[in-house]
Design a protein around this ligand. Structure first.
Ligand SMILES: Cc1cc2nc3c(=O)[nH]c(=O)nc-3n(C[C@H](O)[C@H](O)[C@H](O)COP(=O)(O)OP(=O)(O)OC[C@H]3O[C@@H](n4cnc5c(N)ncnc54)[C@H](O)[C@@H]3O)c2cc1C
Length: 388
């Protein structure tokens, strides 16, 4: 049976996120968009609300939440300040491999960093010479240059990761590496690493087009010595675990896109009701009615795809790649289109920073690129469909 009803707990969670976004974030959106300093009040508040540890099991102080809960948080917060979603989502991305393949010993060691100490998480996969290549179905020899040299029971890691969300501000880092660059599939590994681990340092913070409240930067890995407690899952399974968490994460990212579009649409609608041109309110002009209706229809269509994709992944294992890849492409392309249209509704004012719709466009753009560029997601769609 089809059912789009949310549980009482989900309604309460969504309300909590809505209040947080409107009371704590809305007043400081412009300041956050300057992106000059990392605002530590945000992770503090996300921790207090239990959002950072959403997926961590209750026995470790988390919320035992599902991807459908994450999707609700993402839309509400992204409608106001999408960069905060990236800070939060990167933490979930770091939690996922431990949930999928971590041992009890690893759960006890690493989950408290997020659930008790309120630390952020980060995931280091992308490298300067390889982005999409580390998200495609088959890992090409030589694509991953972060190498974990094995000596007895110890690993010595060297490499560099770039564009990493929460780099330098996270307490825990999940690093993708291979023990043999020419045999990446058989030797891929994910390692969980604490911030103060010798051999881990951070490059400059990137000056980005959008999502400026979130921190993005390089991880520099030099002779970092790790042991088996750091390795998540068996050697050779790192890439499979990474792909599974990507499949899961694309649902909340798509919800982030729906939220951005909704935020832009709400600004446009408000403006169209007030602005008078040609002797009547803009919303009474046929062309604007068509535009606003189309925006609302596109947002709703994307939301339905996102809910379906997240529902599948909340209820079935292993994570489904098809629906999240489809919804990621549709929702993120839609968010860019809707943001452009919202600017058009505001005319010249839309182009100015005061009304924040230009920010929606800047924030939306990267969603077509990260968590697998949309070109790669389309390939995933056809890989799955062609298999059937
Ligand atoms: C704000 C931000 C935050 C990020 N956060 C993280 C993070 O936390 N952790 C992390 O590991 N990474 C992160 N990334 C990196 C992100 O995942 C990569 O940017 C993305 O994977 C694309 O890689 P690339 O930038 O190297 O582009 P490339 O892979 O060089 O791609 C360039 C273009 O070529 C296209 N292309 C590449 N290969 C193919 C192909 N086979 N078929 C068709 N088209 C192709 C792409 O779609 C893209 O349009 C972040 C990036 C940004 C911008």
């Amino acid at each position: 049976m089809l059912d789009f009803e949310l549980s009482d707990e989900q309604v309460a969670l969504r309300r909590l996120a809505h209040e947080f976004a409107n009371k704590d974030l809305r007043p400081i959106v412009r300041q956050l968009d300057e992106g000059k300093n990392f605002n530590w009040d945000i992770p503090r508040k996300l921790h207090e609300l239990g959002f950072l540890s959403l997926f961590i099991p209750e026995e470790y102080g988390g919320g035992s939440g599902k991807v459908t809960d994450a999707m609700l948080l993402m839309e509400e917060i992204a409608a106001v300040e999408p960069g905060v979603c990236t800070t939060m989502g990167a933490t979930w991305l770091a939690t996922a491999p431990l949930l999928f393949a971590g041992t009890e010993e690893q759960h006890k060691k690493f989950f408290p960093i997020i659930a008790e100490q309120g630390g952020l998480g980060a995931s280091g996969t992308t490298e300067p010479q390889a982005g999409s290549d580390l998200e495609a179905k088959v890992l090409i020899p030589g694509a991953c240059r972060t190498v974990a040299r094995k000596t007895g029971k110890e690993y010595v890691l060297n490499g560099r990761k770039c564009f990493i969300s929460n780099a330098g501000v996270a307490g825990i880092y999940i690093i993708f590496a291979v023990t043999d660059a020419q045999r990446p599939l058989e030797t891929s590994c994910l390692f969980a690493v604490e911030k103060n681990t010798p051999g881990l340092s951070f490059g400059k913070v990137e000056d980005k087009m959008g999502l400026r409240s979130s921190w993005t930067g390089d991880l520099i890995i030099e002779d970092m010595k790790l042991t088996e407690i750091n390795r998540i899952g068996p050697e050779g399974m790192g890439y499979q675990i990474h792909l599974a968490r990507l499949a899961n994460a694309r649902g909340p990212v798509s919800a982030q896109a729906v939220g951005i579009a909704r935020g832009a649409y709400e600004i446009a609608l408000r403006y169209a009701k007030e602005r008078v041109q040609g002797g009547k309110r803009i919303i009474e002009h046929q062309a604007m009615i068509q535009k606003l209706a189309e925006m609302a229809i596109q947002i709703e269509a994307a939301r339905l795809m996102v809910w379906r994709a997240c529902w599948v992944n909340a209820n079935l294992l292993p994570p489904n790649r098809l629906y999240t890849a489809m919804s990621k492409v549709f929702a993120t392309d839609m968010a860019v289109r809707v943001a452009v249209e919202a600017i058009q509704v505001l005319g010249g004012y839309g182009y100015m920073k005061d009304y924040l719709v230009e920010k929606s466009l800047r924030d939306a753009k990267v969603l077509q690129i990260y968590e697998g560029p949309n070109e790669i997601c389309r390939e995933t769609v056809m890989e799955v469909l062609a298999e059937d």
